[in-house]
Design a protein around this ligand. Structure first.
Ligand code: AMP
Ligand code: MG
Length: 350
């Protein structure tokens, strides 16, 4: 792969740092690759209508070609340029959740190249709320296809440093606007079929979606391993994800059960991926990722914590299990993939 000269563009304020916004927007218009901050995670953006630019995303990330990209726009009505047969439910969702961390799958128009849709007949649309993302998309004047700005398989980036670590020399620019507020990728819901179906949980919860749509089916792969052919639903769910170098096991149980179990495993390379309340009772090194009562703090910290474990050289990691409801469902969905679906009770025969 040819190494590129990567620009680092700091944008602390979308108004004051207009020059850097313009530079990022120009690069996108010219077919370049730019990592941009959003409220979910950093995205690796390219012009969604330019097949070569989109192909370059896959090369830079090492992403499988059949894994489609989400396109980012500024206003709900702009979806009409890219999608057909848009149901009224799309606008109902937009009224409640846009702009924000929700992606809606719709039937696509021909203007969306197969490179962007992974060869599917549908397109994924999101309207981000991050002021820097919005300013860049607006200034670029094109829909921006953007998967997470990490190397495929590694934890998604929630800071510009994470993007620099994975993509320096592979992309044209990285825009630094600090930490992402949510910290997990968007909720993905499909409105392209007969009934709404949740394909990926995120900060917009199933309960919130049901308040707008009525009953929402939750795809089996949200809490388990994808069964059968993943192609029809959401191709992204079948790939290895978020994996640090260490082997992770998720432990169910109270703080006392968890710390007792982990302490009994003490040894070289053994780490706890724990909540703050566990710290006083741990006898092994740890990385903490939020507090047990706050799923949004766990969402915010999870990906950075997975990267810290790698940096510290963790080999064997025991993670405290999050609640599986509300935004906790999204946290669990990412953690169970990082753990390659290894989850156990923290009860031990000592
Ligand atoms: P990423 O942006 O890397 O977090 O990945 C985007 C996610 O959205 C992946 O899980 C994709 O499989 C999913 N996705 C994107 N477009 C579609 C689509 N047209 N149909 C179903 N899932 C999609
Ligand atoms: Mg991703």
């Amino acid at each position: 792969m040819i190494m590129k000269e990567t620009k680092l563009l700091s944008v602390r304020d979308a108004e004051q740092d207009k020059k850097n916004i313009e530079t990022a927007a120009n690069l996108l218009r010219q077919g370049g690759l730019v990592a941009i901050p959003t409220e979910t995670v950093y995205g690796l953006g390219a012009n969604a209508l330019n097949p070569q630019a989109v192909e370059a995303i896959f090369t830079a990330k090492g992403r499988p070609q059949d894994n489609p990209l989400i396109i980012h726009i500024c206003q709900p009505e702009q979806a009409e340029q890219y999608a057909r047969e848009i149901p009224s439910a799309y606008y109902a969702l937009c009224r409640r959740f846009s702009p924000g961390p929700l992606t809606v799958i719709l039937k696509k128009k021909d203007i969306i190249p197969p490179e962007t849709s992974g060869g599917l007949d549908t397109v994924a649309i999101r309207i981000p709320s991050h002021p820097v993302a919005r300013a860049i998309i607006q200034a670029a004047g094109v829909p921006v296809a953007a998967p997470s700005a990490n190397l495929s398989g590694s934890p998604s980036p929630t800071t510009a440093q994470h993007c620099i670590h994975d993509l320096w020399g592979r992309v044209d620019a990285i825009v630094d606007a600090g930490e992402c507020s949510v910290g997990l990728e968007s909720t993905v819901i499909s409105l392209a079929g007969e009934r709404p179906i949740l394909l990926r949980p995120g900060a917009v919860t199933p309960e919130q979606l049901e308040e707008v749509l009525g009953p929402v089916e939750i795809h089996q792969a949200v809490t388990g391993q994808l069964e059968g052919d993943g192609k029809a639903a959401s191709p992204g769910m079948k790939y290895k994800h978020y994996s640090p170098k260490a082997k992770i096991t998720i432990l169910r149980g109270s703080s006392a059960q968890y710390t007792a179990y982990v302490n009994s495993r003490k040894g070289p390379g053994v780490y706890a991926l724990c909540f703050e309340e566990d710290i006083p009772n741990l006898l092994v090194p740890y990385v903490s990722w939020g507090s047990s009562g706050s799923e949004s703090s766990q969402a915010h910290r999870l990906f950075a914590a997975l990267r810290e474990l790698d940096q510290q050289g963790a080999q064997r990691v025991y993670a405290r299990c999050p609640e599986k409801s509300g935004i906790g469902l999204a946290v669990y969905n990412r953690l169970i993939r990082a753990a390659a679906f290894d989850e156990q009770e923290a009860k031990e025969t000592f």
